[in-house]
Design a protein around this ligand. Structure first.
Ligand code: ZN
Ligand code: ZN
Length: 76
């Protein structure tokens, strides 16, 4: 799982437990998270490419994740 490419320009922050999760990438861009906590390729669902499915389940950080997208801060 940890060899997934990540997009660090945006992160999903859980308002419940404060966990931050950079979205995985697909087809060169960040995947989008839907209401069912499923990351989907920005192109939409399609046949697996680059050896990976176009939908990836979010790994729950807590019992009731409330995710919000945020721009990640560049460290200065
Ligand atoms: Zn959480
Ligand atoms: Zn894709």
């Amino acid at each position: 799982m940890d060899n997934l490419k990540r997009d660090f320009t945006t992160v999903y922050v859980c308002n419940n437990c404060k966990a931050t999760t950079p979205p995985p990438t697909h087809c060169g861009k960040a995947m989008e998270l839907d209401d069912n906590l499923l990351f989907t390729c920005w192109k939409g669902q399609h046949a697996p490419c680059c050896g990976r499915e176009s939908q990836i389940k979010y790994e729950n950080c807590c019992e009731n994740p409330k995710l919000e997208i945020q721009l990640s801060q560049m460290l200065s």
